[in-house]
Design a protein around this ligand. Sequence first.
Ligand code: NAD
Ligand code: DAU
Length: 339
Amino acid sequence: MSENFEPTNIIVTGGCGFIGSNFVHYVVNNHPDVCVAVLDKLTYAGNPENIAGLPADRVELVVGDICDAALLDELVPGHDAIVHYAAESHNDNSIDDPTPFLRTNVEGTFCLLQAARKFGVRYHHVSTDEVYGDLALDDPARFTEETPYRPSSPYSSTKAASDHLVRAWHRTFGVRATISNCSNNYGPYQHVEKFIPRQITNILDGVRPKLYGDGRNVRDWIHTDDHSSAVWTILTKGEMGETYLIGADGERSNIDVLRAILTRLGKPADDFDWVRDRPGHDRRYAIDSTKLRRELGWEPKHTDFSEGLDQTIAWYTENRAWWEPVKAATEARYKAQGQ
Ligand code: NAD
Ligand code: DAU
C-alpha cells in the first residue's frame, strides 16, 4: 500500500548541484510548510548560487560531506526525510578517475543509509537509468523496473551499487526507502561539462561544438522541473521498498539535439567537430514510466522539447556570469582527453 507521507523538515543532499537545487526550489515554491537543510560538499559541481535568494527561514546550507558519519549524527535527528541527490555525476570524469565515484556514490550512500536506519528517517534515493546499461537503436524495448542491471561505466556501476545498498537496507533493516531511476535531465543550472550546456556555451564562446562517435547515440530527455515533481510524488506517495522509473518520452539522437542548438543560435547545422568517442559509450537509453504514472498519478508538464531547449538556450545566453568562471577549466580537461 502507498503511504501518504507529509514531510515538514527534509535533508536534500547535493542541493547545490543541477538537479538537487531544482528540487529545493520546487519544494520552496510548492510546499510552504516544508523546511530544507541542504547538505552539500561544494565540489566543482556544487554552486551555492543555485539556491541563493531562497528564504533563510526555510532553507539552510550545511557545507559537508555525506561520508562524514559524525556530521550525519548531528544533522539527521529532527529531520523526517533524506532525499539523496549528491553524487559524482559525470561519465567522462569517471573514466578519467573513478576514485571519487566509489567514495561519494557508494560509501556516501552507505553512510546516509546507516543514518536513516539509526534515526528512523524516511529515505529517497535518486538514481539513474544508466544502471540498466543500454539498448540497441532498433530495439522496440524500453527500460522498466524489471530490466536487469547491466551498468557500463565506472559512474553507472557505482550508482547501481548504491541502488543495491538501498534495497538491502530496506529489506534487512526496515529502512523506509524508495528509489527513482531517471533519464537525462536538461534545463538551467546544468554544469557546462554536460552535453547540452557544453554545446550551447561553446557556440556562445565562438568555439565549435564537439560530437562523440557517430552522433547517433540516443538519450531520453526530461526537463529537470519534471524530475523534481516526480521525486516529490514518490517521496510523499511512493510505496516503501519500491522503485519508480522517471521519464517523459523524450528520445532524441545527439546529432539531432546538436543541430537544433546550432540552428537556434544562428549557425549552420554542420558547424561542429567530430571528436574521439567515449570509451564504453552507451548507445541508447529509453524509459517506460508507466508504473509512476499509473500508480502515483504523476505526469510530466514540459513535454515540448523544442520549447524547453529554447528556454535553456536563453538561460545560458542571459547568465554568462554563472558559467564563465568554470568554462575554461572544463574545456581544458576535455582537451586533455582528446574530446
Ligand atoms: P551535479 O554533479 O550537478 O551535482 C552533484 C552535487 O553533489 C554537487 O552540488 C556536489 O557539490 C554534491 N556532492 C558531490 N559529492 C558530495 C559529497 N561527497 N558530499 C556532499 N555533497 C556532494 O549532479 P546532478 O546532475 O544534479 O545529479 C544529481 C543526482 O541525480 C545524482 O545522484 C545523479 O546520479 C542523478 N541523476 C542525474 C541525471 C542527469 O541527467 N544529470 C539523470 C538521472 C539521475
Ligand atoms: O541518463 C541519465 C544520465 O544522464 C545521468 O545519470 C548522468 O549523471 C548524466 O550526466 C547523463 O549522462 P550522459 O553520459 O548521458 O550525459 P552527457 O551529458 O555526458 O552526454 C550526453 C550524450 O552526449 C552522450 O551520448 C555523450 C554525448 N556527448 C557528450 C558531451 C559532453 C557528446 O557527443 N559530446 C560532448 O561534448
